[in-house]
Design a protein around this ligand. Structure first.
Ligand SMILES: [Zn+2]
Length: 98
């Protein structure tokens, strides 16, 4: 379905396929800057959430000194224990709430 939209930049009517990324035929300006901004904000929020919930585990590099590897392994053990406890509590909360 083809629609037309008045370009907010040059004021001319342009063909518009209702895509937020459609550009004006006359000045190449984005026809729906609000939708584009909204989409970008949504995308950024999604990325932030992904970063917040993704846990970064310590990486053990085989080239590290045995001493460094030893401490990294202890750190990793603590991380895994911590994550397990958190998951257990989340599961418990879900169980009690249900
Ligand atoms: Zn235009």
């Amino acid at each position: 379905m083809n629609a037309s939209k008045k370009c907010p930049h040059c004021g001319q009517w342009s063909r518009w396929s209702q895509n937020p990324t459609d550009r004006c035929e006359h000045c190449q300006g984005i026809l729906d800057p609000v939708a584009v901004a909204r989409q970008q904000a949504r995308e950024e929020r999604r990325q932030e959430e992904e970063e917040r919930y993704s846990l970064k585990f310590i990486e053990i590099n085989p080239d590290d000194h045995w001493f460094i590897r030893f401490f990294k392994r202890i750190g990793l053990g603590f991380q895994i224990a911590f994550v397990s406890i958190i998951s257990f509590f989340l599961w418990l909360i879900a169980l009690l709430a249900g």
